[in-house]
Design a protein around this ligand. Structure first.
Ligand code: B16
Ligand code: MG
Length: 211
């Protein structure tokens, strides 16, 4: 298949904000007396903030009103953004920078497709604010991954069909979203083992060898 566009997931592919999500959710769960660990955190990869909160509250001893849930999500996001403030251009891994530059030189159109409403803030922290041909994120969509909406928006903004784009993902929900939208997918980490993945990757650098 000849791809014309590459759509990158953000958290877990271009940079690693996992530790900050983990810390902010852990503090929130601690305040509420809810058990939370890495295994629960792994289930939150790629899905929206409110869907993540729903998973965390599965272990709560009481039920929460919609208003209470909204305040919890807001508290988590405030704490998360405080932690993101520590990120700098040094948090853009060298292999990511080289891969992006290499793909650009080869003539691919490059986009971001992220569930995060903080995607633009994170891109600016790591020095990629103006790098991509298109960015589609949590502020653009009504349905989060595994729905393909975020990738369909990114492809539309690149002026390409889904079948012309390869989605690069670390989350199982992201691979499912890519397949549901008619995109090819390249999976990193846990996502490399998903049965619907088109190309499993050991590292993001494999893209340069493959494309
Ligand atoms: P926010 P991605 C996702 O980003 C994260 O993987 C996921 O853990 C998070 O819940 C989601 O963004 C929403 O993030 O609270 O910042 O809107 O992997 O799709 O780039
Ligand atoms: Mg991700």
């Amino acid at each position: 298949m000849t791809w014309r566009g590459i759509i990158f997931d953000l958290d877990g592919v271009l940079c690693f904000t996992d530790q900050y999500h983990y810390q902010a959710w852990k503090e929130l769960a601690g305040r509420e007396g809810i058990y939370f660990d890495e295994t629960v955190n792994n289930r939150l990869r790629g899905i929206s903030r409110m869907d993540s909160l729903k998973i965390i509250l599965e272990r709560a001893g009481k039920s929460y009103t919609e208003g209470e849930k909204a305040s919890l999500a807001e508290w988590k996001n405030r704490r998360y953004r405080e932690l993101l403030g520590k990120m700098t251009e040094e948090d853009l891994p060298e292999e990511v920078r080289e891969t992006l530059d290499g793909l650009r030189t080869k003539g691919y159109k490059l986009a971001v497709g992220s569930s995060s409403k903080n995607a633009k803030f994170i891109l600016s922290r790591i020095g990629l604010a103006d790098y991509f041909d298109a960015v589609s994120d949590g502020t653009d969509i009504a349905r989060s991954k595994p729905d393909p909406e975020v990738f369909l928006k990114a492809a539309g903004r690149l002026g390409l069909e889904p079948s012309e784009c390869l989605v690069v993902e670390d989350a199982l929900a992201g691979i499912e979203a890519a397949a549901a939208g008619g995109f090819g997918s390249a999976g990193i980490g846990e996502a490399a083992g998903h049965p619907q993945v088109t190309c499993p990757l050991k590292s993001i650098r494999d893209l340069l060898r493959m494309l």
